[in-house]
Design a protein. Sequence first.
Length: 277
Amino acid sequence: MKQELKENTGLPSSLLWILAIIAGISVANLYYNQPLLNLISHDLKVSEFSANLIAMTTQIGYALGLLFIIPLGDLYKRKTIILINFSILVVSLLTIATAPNIYIILLASLLTGICSVMPQIFVPIAAQFSTPETKGKNVGMIISGLLTGILASRVVSGIAGEYMGWRFIFYVAAVLMVVCVIIIMRILPDIPSNFRGKYSDLMKSLLSLVTDYPQLRISSLRASIAFGSFLALWSSLAFKMEQAPFCRQQCNRLVGFMWHYGSFDGLFYRPVCGDIH
C-alpha cells in the first residue's frame, strides 16, 4: 500500500526495508557475470580478453548511468525513472540469457550497467524523507542492502553457473526485476521533482561541483583507482580458478566470500554508525 511521504517527517520502516532489499537485487545485476566469464568464454568460443570485455562494458554502463541517469531524479518523478529503468533491465537481462554471440551480450551488458544505478536514487529518498534523528541510520540501511547485493551476487552466480549453466542466473535476475517493478508500482508513492530547469542546466550544475570542490575530485579519483583495481583482480581470478591446482567450483565461492568479507563492516556497522554524530 502506498504511503504519503513528507520531507523530514519520517520514512516507514516497511518501505525502508523494501527499498534496501530492492537496492541489493538491482545492483547485483552488475556482478553476476564476473564468476561466469570463463564459462561464457568456453560456451561462445571466444578469447579470455573478449569475455573480460563483458565485465568492463557493464561497469562502463554503470558509470554512464551514474553520470547521465541519476541526475534525472531531480528533474522528473523518481518513481517513473525507477520503473522505466527496471523495465529496461528485464529486457537486457533476458537478452543476455538468450544471446547467441558475444556482441549481443556486450550491448546488453552496457544497457544493464546503465539501468542498474537505481539504488543511488533510493539513497536520497531515504535522506530526504527521514527525520533528522534517523537520517544517517536509514541511509545506512539502504547502503547495507546495496552491499549485500554486491556480497551475494558473485557467490550465487558462481554456484548457479556451475550447476545450471551461465544463462540460468540471468533468467532468474530478469524474473526478480519483474517482481521489483510490481512492488515499486504498488508501494512507492509519486515523489515530485525538486529542480526547475532544463537537463542541460542540471548537468552544468554537476560540472560546477567538480570545478568548485577539489576534495571531491580527489575522492573520486581515489575511488575510481581502488574500484578499478578490485575489478581487474576479480576478472583475472575467474580464469585462474579454472586452471590447476585450483578447483573452480569451490574457489569461485570461496573467493567471492573473501573479497566481499570487507563488506560486512558496512552491512552491520553503517546503520549503527549512522546514529553517531
